[in-house]
Design a protein around this ligand. Sequence first.
Ligand code: NAD
Ligand code: IPM
Ligand code: MN
Length: 357
Amino acid sequence: MKQWNIAVIPGDGIGKEVVPEALRVLDTAASIQGNVTFNYTEFPWGSDYYVEHGMMMPEDGMDQLKQFDAIFLGAVGDPNLVPDHISLWGLLLKIRRDFQQSINIRPAKYFEGLKTPLADPNNFDLIVVRENSEGEYSEVGGRIHKGEDQIAIQNAIFTRKGTENVMRYAFELSKTRTGHLTSATKSNGIFHTMPFWDEVFSDIKQEYGTVETKKWHIDALAALLVTRPSDFDVIVASNLFGDILTDIGGAIMGSIGIAPSANINVSGEFPSMFEPVHGSAPDIVGQNIANPVGQIWTAKLMLEHFGEIELGEQVLAAIEEATKNGYKTPDIGGAHSTTEVTDEICKQLVNQKQLNL
Ligand code: NAD
Ligand code: IPM
Ligand code: MN
């Protein structure tokens, strides 16, 4: 029996509602497979913890997390309790950085039976590979002067190593898919970092002769994702551009509540972290209407990371089947609760097992 030890951080808002549902699906998956167990250790870190302790996690929080095979996180942020820049830099961004989770994988694809805002979804199926530990997200900069003369400066930091790493990851991923890679740039308007980004992209391209590449400026790319998403397969993007593109990815699937994400520590020195693209959704908290699919699809990415590829595929198939059968939360036009959608996904998993016997 294989054992996977998972640190679970439900976090804030709907994170606390969708995480237990995804664990229910993982347990159902484990029971149908029969050869794997998931051990969960829950950490009650987040904005409530901050109110009580004055920090988002204990001093030795990172040490506690280090021993796990993966971190499964819901969402962080409760702006009514803690300013976002404090809560996020104290937990989510801290883990991404300190554990060198420099690659963020964010798939988006057309789901049968899901109404999308697109005129022609044309079965789109793409993955955004987002640089996850540097770029526009930096602590370098500051505020100077006061009053009318006040200035806020944010320095973006693009290292050669970090940029090469994310690009190599994207090229490798492209080789396993259709062999088309798009780079999100803005070298027409950003003076230093984006021309550098393009230069590194064309250098790394030399190592991957078989991959076809294209560059789009981020503004045009954002529009094309809405009008022609099926033109894209793998997209490599900087931290901020990737952040924005992947909310679009969620929206064109039908809801940001569906979109999954994996923060990968490539060297394996530290655990990787799995969390959906969406946030804590304070506007719908406590109503049992949050879409659990983003968190459950995220569990599928974690299964893949563990090498449980087939089990992961079964989870995704169960999500798709439940959607096709009309099990939908209100964000995608349904009237089912978080719990009912999860129940149906679990039921579909068990059905698949019975069909395969
Ligand atoms: P959000 O993703 O929480 O919500 C945006 C909109 O999408 C809201 O209308 C919300 O109801 C809806 N939505 C999100 N997830 C949903 C789901 N699963 N089912 C149904 N509807 C869903 O983004 P926001 O409002 O910008 O941020 C709220 C808080 O979450 C902030 O504190 C923000 O910093 C934080 N946040 C955290 C993460 C994270 O932890 N990874 C990601 C994004 C935002
Ligand atoms: C995400 C979120 C985070 C990000 C925020 C909450 C810091 O938007 O995971 O997409 O910008 O990376
Ligand atoms: Mn985001």
